[in-house]
Design a protein around this ligand. Structure first.
Ligand code: COA
Ligand code: ZN
Length: 299
């Protein structure tokens, strides 16, 4: 049976951009419920200066909680060496670094040029201690600089592939379309082969699922998504939520592609999210409409 692997990024990408703070206890309960629904990888937070993103101030505690969940790969985002060291100290299994292909976004997001950021990640990889994913942000376009040349994306992905365990392409601001997704994944894969793993899409213009399907057809099997479609980079103007986990899982399961995720249990996890920050807008068609009569999951 065909399978895909979903990494839930709501506790990081989602909550970093939410208007309402989720308590540490609620985060823990939410993550536990996500894992109980079958998520095997969750990006539980980021190690950035708490002054910059107060919602991420408790990431170390959230990581420590998540490490107690059996079989869960605990991921954290880091923007620099200091963040990586904090992630190692907390015990994260995997650390994701945002390496923007747009110089404008890179400087706004991490105050480094893309080249400086690549070198920062290289330093961390030399230290070792966790799996490292280099996520090429704004790979499909940037709200600050507009077009991001595909050559730039390839160049950064190739540099990252030298020392990262995996490389992902991220549509940080929801500019991608399915034809572009197929072209760029094919192009980058032709340069770095199976090091290219993940796809990180935002649903800003409603194309999140279409892009995910295009990537799937191009051979991608690792997808980031966010429960309730929360998300967005606070340092990229116009960024909004990720592709919605509930709808992504429904799409794949109904196609006969197994995600290992139980949709009913996923809806229970969504309840924890919406009760914890009731004023925060959440999205998702499948949870509102319910599963179709006679629906059968892939597995
Ligand atoms: N965690 C905690 N504190 C950190 C830190 C980290 N990862 N990185 C730096 N700091 C602290 C420094 O120790 C320093 O503290 P001090 O003022 O008490 O001495 C202060 O922050 C400034 O450090 P500096 O290295 O000059 O950072 P900066 O101000 O140039 O900011 C980043 C650079 C990378 C830390 C910041 O731009 C950042 O966190 N960006 C990520 C934003 C993000 O999360 N985007 C969304 C996800 S893609
Ligand atoms: Zn994102």
């Amino acid at each position: 049976m065909p399978r895909v692997h979903v990494c839930e990024v709501g506790p990081r990408d989602g909550l970093q951009n939410a208007r309402h703070l989720m308590s540490t206890e609620a985060k823990k309960a939410w993550i536990s419920a996500l894992a109980a629904a079958g998520l095997r990888e969750i990006e539980v937070g980021s190690f950035v200066p708490p002054k910059l993103i107060p919602a991420m101030a408790d990431t170390a505690e959230v990581v420590r909680h998540s490490l107690q969940i059996q079989g869960l790969k605990v991921v954290a985002l880091a923007p620099n060496l200091k963040g990586f060291q904090r992630a190692l100290e907390a015990g994260a299994h995997k650390v994701t670094f945002p390496v923007s292909a747009s110089r404008a976004h890179s400087e706004s997001n991490v105050r480094m040029t893309p080249e400086q950021m690549v070198e920062e990640v290289r330093k961390c990889a030399r230290l070792g201690g966790a799996q490292i994913e280099g996520a090429v942000s704004t790979a499909f376009g940037c709200t600050m600089q507009g077009v991001v040349p595909e050559d730039e994306v390839v160049r950064i992905a190739a540099s990252l592939a030298e020392f990262c365990d995996a490389v992902a392409l991220a549509d940080t601001v929801g500019y991608a379309n399915p034809a572009q997704v197929k072209r760029l994944f094919r192009l980058v894969r032709s340069q770095i082969g199976s090091k290219l793993e993940g796809a990180h899409f935002h649903n800003t213009r409603g194309l999140g699922l279409a892009n995910a399907l295009a990537a799937y057809e191009e051979g991608v099997r690792n997808f980031d998504s966010s429960m309730g479609g929360l998300g967005g980079c606070p340092f990229a103007p116009g960024a909004s939520g990720n592709v919605i986990t509930e709808d992504l899982v429904f799409m794949f399961e109904s196609m006969g592609v197994s995600t290992g995720i139980d949709l009913e249990k996923l809806f229970q996890a969504r309840k924890i999210l919406t009760e914890a920050i009731p004023e925060e807008p959440v999205y998702g068609h499948t949870p509102l409409a319910g599963l179709p009569k006679g629906f059968r999951a892939a597995a």
